[in-house]
Design a protein around this ligand. Structure first.
Ligand SMILES: Cc1cc2nc3c(=O)[nH]c(=O)nc-3n(C[C@H](O)[C@H](O)[C@H](O)COP(=O)(O)OP(=O)(O)OC[C@H]3O[C@@H](n4cnc5c(N)ncnc54)[C@H](O)[C@@H]3O)c2cc1C
Length: 588
């Protein structure tokens, strides 16, 4: 053990919505808590969330959590765990009211209640008609939420290590998590942070694709670290493509645009979603809309010179509605494409947006993995929440606005589990293993020692190209098999990456190399899991297996990177208090 040691009762890796909600719970309970983040917390990707947070407040239309639960199960294409889904949907109203009391400035109705807009897949009366369920702060909902949570944490005396990067988990002989190693970017120094409990809230990994709505820091660090620690990750084949990424730039144009009445057009000026989803139309679930757009483009009905995008029309909403409810997307559209949506439609394409899979947890935020016959044995001291976790509430496809809800509900729930665990262990820290940190030091030394080899930028570009071509909206056996071969080659190349700049202080080249070592793990996992799932379900659309196959594949994939390969576990089909929602064909 050669590294300096710091100690905190609770270590939270990630300062996005999930990390900050968990930290608040712990700090408010008087637990010595630190949040590590690669960027200043309020710059986490949560700040980019535009459209809203779901809760069946029923402020504009009649609504209740049973309908929300039904929509989420259906949206997940029956791969979501129904106990976790019930837990989340039941808590949604309280969670939003709590955010309001934290100071989040929600948009209001005339009568003073929280404003709500419709969003894809959110319906009334068990799927009959769209319902207004998304609570929003214009089209800057995540920004408002994250700032409210950050300020609450400042008040609660949460400690922040800003521009710190977690590198590896430290587990003892029993397999319990007893700390992490982390890099202080400013100095280049590496530390052991010993902890009674560690929560991962490291967000998504959309950067495995060429075209993504995700921030540059969404590199899947939590997933890479978990795999390197010998633990599995769940359902990595399921990636959500958001229907409306700005063509060419990938920047997100919120579904709130369609919620407010915008709709999609092909090159013939046809509102084509009426053909694919007669009831919900442009507000069908995201996978359904993305596939419809891709079919229009593939069949030659795309717009523009190359016929490679479709149009999102919203000028009919009028300047006032656009300026009041969607000011951010007007700004984005003008800045990136020089197109003012008050006058013209916006060119859009399906773009990688959200990782449904992640670190396997239960609804208490505890990380659960196979041990002997038990498929869900708790890993002591290890918790995960937010996009990096798989609880699994989103199953094979997430409904818009259900992620912000997931962050606060499971952030809080994981915080509560950690409080209980820490309190039950008194004041004792579990001993660090004698070789703690050596693994990290070895990794860093290897990277430093190499004076030639693969460039980080080349490896990353190749990975993104392969993922885009071989694990996109539509998938087939041969394309995936080729993809596996190609991504494994890139993986090999990644083992031989080198950096020219060996300096310590704020060395962003080193940080990017370390990030890519995580991202490439996510890419390989995705390709392998997608090939093995020979059915279409939610975001996984196999042209060669167009139907969902519940008999063979209503089960979660668990992937290990150490040769153990794939293992499957049952979907939780027993909700906490209500009846099981039986599988049905998913039509909108
Ligand atoms: C453009 C966009 C719009 C969206 N709009 C909506 C919406 O309207 N409604 C909705 O419900 N969902 C939306 N989503 C999805 C949702 O915003 C995200 O899933 C969610 O914000 C993720 O939150 P998180 O707390 O899990 O992670 P993030 O907010 O991504 O935060 C991750 C944190 O982990 C830190 N981190 C990562 N790796 C390390 C490491 N190795 N060491 C230290 N720190 C690390 C980062 O610094 C960051 O602080 C949107 C997503 C995008 C990309």
């Amino acid at each position: 053990m050669t590294l300096p040691i710091m100690k905190y009762d609770a270590v939270i890796v990630g300062g996005g919505g999930a990390g900050l909600r968990a930290a608040l719970q712990l700090s408010d309970a008087g637990i010595k808590t630190v949040v590590l983040s690669k960027v200043f917390p309020t710059r986490s990707h949560t700040a980019a969330a535009q459209g809203g947070i779901s809760a069946s407040l029923g402020n504009s239309d009649e609504d209740n959590w049973h309908w929300h639960m039904y929509d989420t199960v259906k949206g997940s294409d029956w791969l979501g765990d129904q106990d976790a889904i019930e837990f989340m949907c039941r808590q949604a109203v309280d969670a939003v009211v709590e955010l309001e009391h934290f100071g989040m400035p929600f948009d209001r109705l005339e009568n003073g209640k929280i404003y709500q807009r419709p969003f894809g897949g959110h319906m009334a009366e068990f799927g009959k008609k769209p319902v207004r369920r998304a609570c929003a702060v214009a089209d800057r909902t995540g920004h408002a939420m994250l700032h409210a949570l950050y300020q609450r944490n400042v008040k609660a005396n949460t400690h922040f290590l800003v521009e710190w990067m977690a590198l590896d988990l430290i587990r003892n002989d029993n397999g319990d998590v007893v700390g992490i190693t982390a890099l202080e970017m400013e100095t280049g120094d590496v530390y052991i942070i010993q902890a009674k409990a560690v929560l991962f809230a490291t967000g998504g990994a959309g950067r495995i694709y060429q075209s993504s709505t995700n921030a540059f820091i969404n590199t899947g660090d939590g997933i890479g670290i978990t795999l390197r620690a010998g633990l599995p990750v769940e359902d990595m084949e399921f990636w959500q493509f958001h229907p409306t990424g700005l063509a060419g730039a990938g920047v997100l144009i919120t579904e709130g645009v369609r919620g407010e009445g915008g709709y999609l057009l092909n090159c013939n000026g046809e509102r084509f979603m009426e053909r694919y989803a007669p009831t919900a139309k442009d507000l069908a679930s995201r996978d359904v809309v993305s596939r419809a757009m891709q079919v229009e483009i593939n069949e030659g009905r795309g717009c523009g010179k190359n016929k490679d995008y479709v149009m999102l029309k919203l000028d009919h909403l009028g300047k006032d509605v656009i300026d009041q409810r969607l000011p951010g997307i007007r700004e984005i559209s003008i800045q990136f494409l020089g197109i003012d949506p008050v006058k013209e439609p916006i060119p859009v394409v399906p773009t990688c947006h959200y990782m449904m899979g992640g670190i396997p947890t239960n609804y208490k935020g505890e990380v659960v993995v196979p041990r002997g016959k038990d498929m869900e044995a708790v890993v002591n001291g290890f918790y995960a929440a937010g996009e990096c976790a798989c609880a699994s509430v989103h199953g094979a496809n997430r409904l818009g606005t259900n992620s912000l809800l997931d962050l606060v509900v499971f952030g809080k729930s994981a915080g509560n589990s950690m409080i209980e665990y820490i309190k039950s262990h008194g004041n004792e820290y579990k001993e660090l293993p004698s070789n703690a940190g050596d693994f990290t030091v070895e990794r860093l030394n290897k990277l430093n020692a190499r004076t030639s080899g693969e460039s980080v930028a080349d490896v990353r570009a190749e990975m993104q190209k392969i993922m885009q071509q071989h694990a996109g909206v539509f998938r087939t056996q041969s394309v995936l098999e080729d993809g596996i071969k190609k991504i494994k080659e890139v993986y090999k190349r990644s083992q031989n990456m080198f950096i020219k700049d060996k300096s310590k202080v704020f060395n962003t080249a080193r940080v990017e190399a370390l990030e890519l070592m995580n991202t490439i793990e996510v890419a390989v996992a995705t390709m392998i899991c997608a090939e093995a799932r020979k059915e279409s379900r939610g975001a996984q659309a196999r042209e060669d297996y167009p139907e969902r196959n519940d008999e063979l594949f209503m089960k979660h994939t668990l992937y290990y990177n150490d040769g153990r390969g794939l293992v499957y576990k049952e979907v939780h089909n027993t909700p906490l208090t209500v009846d099981y929602i039986k599988p049905a064909k998913r039509v909108y």
